[in-house]
Every structure is written in structure tokens, then in C-alpha cells.
Design a protein around this ligand. Structure first.
Ligand code: SAH
Length: 391
């Protein structure tokens, strides 16, 4: 195996189990690794540190083991099996009321570069590293070994997440079996999920617990679900007894799916869905809502877009907070990885201050337990949210 030798002192972060080796930490490379190859990482004084996937870029190695073990089918089975045990422990797997969850959340599950979401009997993989992409068939087989007859298909959706420059030729396709968009169950709520056509792996599983919280606040409220996508928050709000729910998204397809999902859960609900731009919609509403959800797409995907993104969060929160009925609640989120918790909070504070209203934080929200954060990799915490009470 190719040996990557670090500069003196650069082993410290590896000894603290941080899973990335940056290019600047490397003294020399013994051998000529191809992108996606397994490599061994050594300290300057030749102590073994870790094994990982090699990739050209600022993160040169993504560590998958801090022990010198064989990376064979037994290794992958053990990793996936451990992750599955965690999902059973937290109650999202093997649950008759829930058949959608994230099985592998990258670094949070010790597997940088790999995302696996489970939609009933289909697994959707999304690779962010060349190393994981190259072993997609091994991973699919491991999933089959783990789930047996409960797994019909594995769909690889890495075309847009694998670094373009790596030239892998990745295309979205089934790597095992075949399946079709299907209705899944999340806490007994039905949602149509289409991993082929939909955004991300098909569904925003990461908002499950926050949707449940919205349900508990919805009784007799007039709810606006802004950036609704397939209507996740809308369905929970109706379930919670909302007086009225309006769902808004700029995508026609999303609005169509939202209507479908509401109709498949409720014979009659006081619900309407509008394909409109968020800012335009918020500009024209008066104070008819007393619960507003703001779950925008990542306003920043890279650091250079950070200041614009923060302005965006400030503006949209200022609008919602200034328009909500007295006694209303705003659930506001950011899923931008480059915006940290403090920056998001600062943006919401600034927006709140523009409204000149009294605002209390009721809840500080984050991603659910099937999107775990490794304690050694705090960067893995990407979903931030606040539930605000506005007087
Ligand atoms: N809350 C959703 C996920 C939201 S994803 C859930 O729980 O499933 C973000 C959504 O914002 C996408 O569906 C996208 O179509 C929509 N969107 C992006 N820009 C928008 C804009 N300017 N106005 C309204 N919707 C927008």
C-alpha cells in the first residue's frame, strides 16, 4: 500500500481521531497512488497512524480506519452493521411506523465520503469521495448481506456529488436490483419519495424530529411552510391540528408532490400550496400566520459565498419575524455547512432586531440522531435551527 508520511507534528490531529489529512500536512508520498486508492498514513518518525482513501485536493486522505486492519468485505460489513445497530437503538430502523432513515452519515459513522439513506426496501447511496465511489459494488453487496430479502435495490446517486475533476464518469444508476419511486412511512406519515428525480437522495430525512416538534405546536394555528419541498412540515402541522396550512416552494414539481402527500394522509385538510418565490410571497402577506417555518436551501455552498448567505438569512428571518402574528412561532433553519451555529444565530438576531419585536428562543435545533456527529469531527454538525416565540 502507498505510504503517506506526515510532516513533524502533523500527526496530532490524527491522534485525536480527526478523519481528514490536508495536503499541507504531507511530507512525502512513497508510491504513486491513483485517486480513490487505499493508502496508509505514517507520522514523520514512521509510526502507523491510519488507513484512508486518497484523493487529489485539499483533503488528500479521508480516514476509514485508525487501526492497521485489512479493508475487506468483513471490514465493510462490520461498519454497516454497527451503523445499523445505532439506528435500531434510536428507534428509526425495524420500526413498523417508520421505514425511512439515514444508515450512514459520512464522518459521523466513521466513513467519510459515504451517505446511505434507506427508503423501505431501497438504499440510496451518495458518494462524496472517489474511494467510496470505486467500491460502490462492494458496498451494495454488503447492504444486501446486511438486509437480505428486506433490500430490493441499491441506487447510486453520486453523479453530482463526486468531484467533477476526478473524471470518474459517475452516472446515477441502480447498482443492485431495480425499484421505483415509492410511498414511505415517517412516524406513520406517508410520503412519496422519488430518489431518481427528487432533490438530494429524494427526501429531507434530516428534518424528521423538527417536523415532529412543529406538529406539537400546530394546534389551532395558521401555518406557513416556506420552502416546503414535498410538504414534510405541512403534513405534520395538519396532523397536529393546524387551523390552516399554506405550503410555498418555487418548484412546481415540489408543489405537486406536496399536494399529493397531503392528500394521501388526509381525506380533507385546510391546505393550499403555491409555487412562488419565498421573498415575493413573504413581501405580500399580512399577519395572517402564527406559525412560520423557514427551511431554505443552503444559501452558501462555499466559503466565498458566506457573507451573501448571511445577508440572505438575515433578510428572510427579518421578514418572517416582522410579519408573524403576536404570540406566533417561527421555526428557522440553515443547512449550509459553511455557516456555523454562531453565524446563523447572529444572522437571525440581526433579522429579529430589524423587526424591533420581542423574540425568545424556545428551542435550539439540529439534525436527528441518524445523522450523527463524531465528537472528533464537529464540522459534521450542519443543520442548525431555532424555534422563536415572537411577541
Ligand atoms: N423543508 C423541506 C426541505 C426544503 S429544501 C422538507 O422538509 O422536506 C429547500 C426547498 O427550497 C427546495 O424544495 C427548493 O425548491 C426551494 N426553493 C429554493 N429557492 C427558493 C425560493 N427562492 N423560493 C421558494 N422556494 C425555494
Amino acid at each position: 500500500m502507498v505510504k503517506i508520511i506526515l510532516k513533524p507534528g502533523k500527526e496530532q490531529s490524527v491522534l485525536r481521531f480527526h478523519p481528514w489529512i490536508f495536503s499541507g500536512a504531507i511530507k512525502k508520498t512513497e508510491g504513486n497512488p491513483a485517486e480513490g486508492d487505499l493508502v496508509e498514513v505514517y507520522s514523520a518518525n514512521d509510526h502507523f497512524l491510519a488507513i484512508g482513501h486518497y484523493q487529489i485536493g485539499s483533503i488528500t486522505v479521508r480516514i476509514i480506519s485508525f487501526e492497521q486492519v485489512a479493508i475487506d468485505s468483513g471490514f465493510w460489513y462490520q461498519k454497516l452493521h454497527q451503523a445499523y445497530q445505532v439506528r435500531k437503538t434510536i428507534g428509526v430502523a425495524e420500526n413498523p411506523h417508520n421505514n425511512v432513515y439515514r444508515l450512514i452519515h459520512g464522518e459521523g459513522d466513521g466513513l467519510p465520503g459515504l451517505i446511505i439513506d434507506i427508503y423501505n426496501d431501497t438504499a440510496v447511496m451518495q458518494m462524496h469521495s472517489v474511494g467510496m465511489f470505486r467500491i460502490r459494488h462492494i458496498l451494495a453487496q454488503t447492504l444486501k448481506d446486511l438486509f437480505g430479502d428486506n433490500l430490493k435495490a441499491v441506487y447510486d446517486k453520486s453523479e453530482s456529488t463526486i468531484p467533477f475533476k476526478a473524471n470518474t464518469g459517475a452516472k446515477n444508476e441502480y447498482v443492485l436490483g431495480n425499484s421505483q419511486a415509492c410511498e414511505i412511512l415517517e412516524y406513520n406519515n406517508k410520503f412519496m419519495v422519488d430518489w431518481v428525480e427528487g432533490q438530494k437522495t429524494g427526501f429531507f430525512i434530516d428534518q424528521r424530529e423538527n417536523r415532529k416538534l412543529v406538529e406539537s405546536y400546530s394546534k389551532d394555528r395558521c401555518v406557513l411552510n416556506m420552502f416546503c419541498y414535498t410538504g414534510g412540515f405541512s403534513v405534520y402541522a395538519i396532523r397536529g391540528g393546524a387551523k390552516l396550512v399554506h405550503s410555498v416552494d418555487s418548484s412546481d414539481k415540489a408543489i405537486e408532490l406536496t399536494k399529493h402527500n397531503v392528500a394521501s394522509n388526509f381525506a380533507d385538510a385546510n391546505h393550499e400550496a403555491f409555487a412562488e418565490d419565498a421573498f415575493e410571497y413573504l413581501n405580500k402577506i399580512d399577519d395572517k400566520y402564527d406559525l412560520i417555518i423557514l427551511d431554505p436551501p443552503a444559501f452558501a455552498k462555499h466559503h466565498d459565498a458566506l457573507s451573501n448567505a448571511l445577508q440572505g438569512y438575515k433578510r428572510i428571518n427579518a421578514k418572517a419575524i416582522s410579519k408573524i402574528k403576536p404570540g406566533g412561532i417561527v421555526f428557522t433553519f440553515s443547512c449550509s455547512q459553511v455557516v456555523n451555529k454562531d453565524q446563523f444565530r447572529q444572522a437571525v438576531f440581526s433579522g429579529a432586531a430589524m423587526s424591533k419585536r420581542s423574540v425568545r428562543i424556545l428551542h435550539q435545533l439540529t439534525q436527528p440522531a441518524d445523522h450523527p456527529v463524531s465528537i472528533y469531527h464537529p464540522e459534521g454538525e450542519y443543520l442548525k435551527g431555532l424555534a422563536l416565540y415572537v411577541e
